[in-house]
Design a protein around this ligand. Structure first.
Ligand SMILES: Cc1cc2nc3c(=O)[nH]c(=O)nc-3n(C[C@H](O)[C@H](O)[C@H](O)COP(=O)(O)OP(=O)(O)OC[C@H]3O[C@@H](n4cnc5c(N)ncnc54)[C@H](O)[C@@H]3O)c2cc1C
Ligand code: FES
Length: 361
């Protein structure tokens, strides 16, 4: 990037992973991120001629929108639905900088509706209330229906890669469940027979707001659902495990693709397990942006970096992500590229819920 090559980027601080590139030939120093042959371009110094592959991602744009609803999902979690004034295109797992008028911008990760996998042209967020925070406590209070919003993005590299059959292990703590649900829904839309383990973690039972989404995800035959709380509840809930998410991770293998979203410490702990097993790992740590009236920290810098543009692949084609393919039969052949596959209506295969997939609410 320092050499003037246009690489999609955001924080320029080695945190977000938006600038990851695969080195095909040549040498770099620094920017290693635990994935073989992949470096963070903003942190890497190029020391020889270099060939690198940049994954195509949607263009970073600024769009205005309006809050259409807010709804309390748990005592500390509010869902906010935003209708963008223009169509927005992002990959499941990416995030936006969201600026509610009159407040500093904050990063949030779009998700699907709890009851169904697609949101009809709206951007849906789960926001955890941070005591003393400048933005999150206002959501559902001073920020409600009709509030103007500016959206900037999408950013991030922890998005679902299509066309793979590897097991997905998706770990979200708190509102880290938002991008995890987006990824799980998109993965099921592409291949409803894919092996997926979803781990949703919260501190306490009331904060475990994911039950409605678990109820529909358990309809997929190869999705395994695990809910954890770190504080032992007064009344034991049979479907909920006590401990950290890493206490309840399945044994990982090199073929697994692991995503971790939410509290940075949890993301680090999952990363250690994934890298030790040789699994692929993508992270979306919810790093605080340290709000202050005139201080957006790394967020403010993101506005300046709107030039982060890479060619958008044909399969994105300006359509919202709810247009992902929905095959009806398990793929027998190696998966084709999305544009080669027929578009079909899809009804998820129903089956008996596994024991640990029982709703926990
Ligand atoms: C890539 C990315 C994606 C994100 N996606 C989401 C999302 O989908 N949903 C969501 O709820 N949040 C998400 N976040 C976090 C979000 O951007 C804000 O940081 C959070 O909402 C707090 O903002 P605030 O203005 O209320 O608090 P601030 O005014 O920024 O902070 C107030 C104080 O609380 C501390 N603080 C901030 N956040 C936390 C925290 N999580 N835990 C403990 N202390 C904290 C700050 O250091 C500060 O001292 C994401 C963050 C990143 C980097
Ligand atoms: S990690 Fe390089 S731009 Fe964020």
């Amino acid at each position: 990037m320092g050499n003037g090559v246009d690489v999609p980027h955001d924080c320029r601080a080695g945190q977000c992973g938006t600038c990851k590139v695969k080195v095909v030939s040549g040498m770099t120093i620094g920017g290693e991120c635990g994935e073989a042959g992949v470096v963070k371009a903003c942190q890497a110094r190029v020391i020889t001629d270099l060939q690198a592959v940049v994954e195509p991602v949607p263009e970073v744009l600024t769009t205005r929108g309006t809050v259409v609803s807010t709804r309390r999902l748990a005592p500390d979690v509010t869902e906010v639905v935003i209708r963008p004034h223009d169509e927005i295109v992002y990959l499941p797992g990416q995030y936006y900088r969201v600026q509610f008028r009159g407040y500093p911008g904050r990063y949030f990760s779009p998700t699907s509706p709890m009851q169904q996998p697609s949101g009809g042209g709206t951007l849906r967020l789960h926001v955890r209330r941070i005591a003393g925070g400048l933005v999150s406590p206002a959501i559902g209070d001073r920020i409600r229906r009709g509030h103007p919003v500016t959206l900037n993005g999408p950013f991030g590299s922890a998005y679902l890669r299509l066309g793979l059959r590897n097991r997905l292990v998706l770990v979200g703590s708190g509102t880290g469940f938002a991008p995890i649900l987006a990824i799980a829904d998109a993965a099921m839309a592409e291949n409803p027979w894919r092996d997926v383990v979803v781990i949703a973690a919260a501190k306490t039972m009331p904060s475990l707001y994911m039950a409605p989404a678990f109820r529909r995800l358990r309809d997929y035959p190869n999705v395994r659902l695990i809910a954890t709380v770190s504080e032992k509840p007064a009344r034991a809930a049979p479907a909920v495990r006590v401990g950290r998410p890493t206490d309840h991770m399945p044994e990982l293998t090199p073929g697994d693709i692991v995503y971790a979203c939410g509290a940075p410490q949890m993301v680090d702990a999952v990363q250690d397990l994934a890298l030790a097993a040789g699994a692929s790992f993508y992270a979306d740590p919810f790093t605080p942006q340290h709000g202050g009236p005139n201080d957006d920290g790394i967020v403010a810098r993101a506005i300046t970096w709107l030039s982060a543009i890479a060619p958008v692949p044909g399969w994105i084609g300006g359509e919202p992500i709810r247009m992902l393919p929905k095959p009806q039969t398990p793929p027998e052949e190696p998966q084709h590229r999305r544009e080669d596959r027929p578009q079909q209506d899809y009804a998820p295969p129903r089956q008996q819920a596994p024991r640990d997939a029982l709703p926990f609410a």
